[in-house]
Design a protein around this ligand. Structure first.
Ligand code: DLL
Length: 436
């Protein structure tokens, strides 16, 4: 039996009755703020004939309109902010469905709450001020680096803000400084672990004991592999930019699903087709409502992540409902090397380049622990006759444009006109060969 250290027992182990009362009070408040301050919400609620005062119980949540990633794109950059610009102290972001990122704004209170949510997350690995947390999530607009950094700082742990990449240096720091907790994507953790073994570094020279891994789908088999290769507890953590970033839900050492930080967010599962709420235990799409956010609150944000909720009590003593591993997505978003990629983004780049036909195929694979992306691009008849040098230049140009818009580099393979299979129904544009 694992022993459980709990960062904030008053919140994390709150009796459910009390938690629900708190959620209702906070929900009423956020709905009022959204209605008063964000034109899109007011319009949507008016269209549905719902007023803030109609929210009298948690069940009334179902009468509120949904929000989608496309709303963030349409209201880009700041149309969903619910407070004056000068109260926003931070922007974070992630890729949207087109070339523009989606942006989230945080007030000072939002940053405090996010840090708290992440302190609970890293704290669930039994972390304390005695720990050394190496953050190998990317820093920048992506929420992984900053989120883990702030949470570990709030815990009082010592943070090594490595960001991702430079694996040899990551390993050197682990050895020299005595990192106890590694925070990065699971695929990068596997890459680090395999490199440690390839370099012949004995595990006894490391002090690692846990990892908080997320931002992309992974499996129990990957957990076992990480735990064996590194001799650690590998914990799943979940979040998304629109809600706060990482820290929405986190696993405890029971490893039986991720506790949702329910005093800050309300989680629902809906049927993605009928959009009706489903009871706990059924598989459906996760929907989140932020109840403490000030800068850019979200009511009923549709994540497109497929999951199941589990309301049974957990042996750790936390009372927050748990979500199982993410089981897939209802849309075509891919996560490649931790970056969210929509085929539509790639298409928008391709159609803007002369000599390229709007026919392409994305082939995603995994070499070792690293995702690879090959883009097969059909060229037009006139360009087909070009010299090898000209075609190489075209490949380079496509790769650079993809890199700047999508954020990852790809292997561009130009193919002859009419060689990509045409489909009569929904075009199949992605072959994902990764076997997680
Ligand atoms: O990935 C935030 C994050 C950073 C979470 C670090 C965990 C650790 P976005 O870039 O907005 O935010 O991507 C959010 O990533 O809707 C899921 O599809 C996927 N995702 C995040 N965590 C997990 C996980 C961050 N543990 C999108 N398992 C989400 C599976 C995950 N998928």
């Amino acid at each position: 039996m694992a022993t459980h250290r709990i960062w904030n027992p008053a919140a994390e182990c709150m009796p459910r009755e009390q938690l629900r009362a708190l959620q209702l009070e906070r929900l009423k408040d956020v709905v009022r703020r959204e209605y008063d301050n964000v034109p899109l919400y007011r319009r949507r609620m008016d269209e549905k004939g719902v007023k803030p005062e109609d929210i009298r119980s948690l069940d009334d949540l179902q009468y509120l309109p949904f929000m989608q990633k496309t709303d963030l794109r349409d209201e880009y950059p700041t149309g969903l902010f619910a407070v004056p610009r000068r109260e926003i102290v931070r922007l974070q972001g992630s890729s949207g469905t087109t070339g523009k990122p989606i942006l989230a704004g945080y007030t000072r209170n939002d940053l405090d709450n996010w840090s708290e949510m992440m302190a609970r997350t890293i704290g669930a690995a039994n972390a304390t001020a005695d720990d050394i947390v190496q953050v190998a999530y990317g820093y920048g607009l992506f929420t992984g680096g900053m989120g883990a950094h702030q949470g570990a700082t709030k815990l009082g742990a010592m943070v090594i803000p490595m960001s991702s990449g430079n694996t040899a240096k990551q390993i050197m720091m682990m050895q020299d400084v005595g990192t106890t907790i590694l925070s990065c994507t699971p695929s990068y953790a596997i890459h680090i672990a395999e490199t440690i073994h390839e370099m012949g570094i004995p595990l006894s020279s490391l002090k690692l004991r846990a990892g908080t891994f997320g931002a992309e789908p992974w499996t129990e088999a990957m957990r076992k592999r990480l735990e064996t290769l590194l001799n650690i507890d590998a914990l799943d953590i979940y979040g998304l930019t629109e809600i706060c970033g990482p820290g929405v839900a986190y696993e405890c050492l029971e490893k039986q699903g991720m506790h949702v930080n329910e005093d800050h967010v309300i989680v629902e599962i809906i049927d993605p087709v009928t959009e009706k709420p489903l009871p706990y235990g059924e598989k459906g799409e996760l929907v989140f409502t932020t109840i403490t956010k000030e800068g850019m609150p979200m009511l009923r944000f549709r994540t497109h992540d497929l999951c199941q909720l589990d309301a049974s009590p957990c042996a750790c003593g936390r009372t927050f409902v748990r979500m199982k591993r993410i089981m897939g997505r209802t849309d075509d978003m891919l996560i490649i090397r931790g970056v969210n990629v929509f085929p539509s983004q790639i298409e928008s780049v391709l159609v803007s380049i002369h000599g390229v036909a709007p026919h392409y195929m994305l082939v995603v694979d995994r070499q070792g622990a690293t995702d690879t992306l090959e883009i097969q691009v059909e060229i037009t008849e006139d360009v087909f006759a070009d010299t090898v040098g000209q075609l190489e230049t075209l490949e380079k140009q496509i790769n650079e444009r993809i890199k700047s818009v999508v954020g990852i580099s790809a292997n561009i393979k130009l193919v002859a006109p009419k060689s990509i299979p045409r489909s009569e129904g929904k075009a199949k544009r992605v072959i994902d060969k990764r076997k997680l």
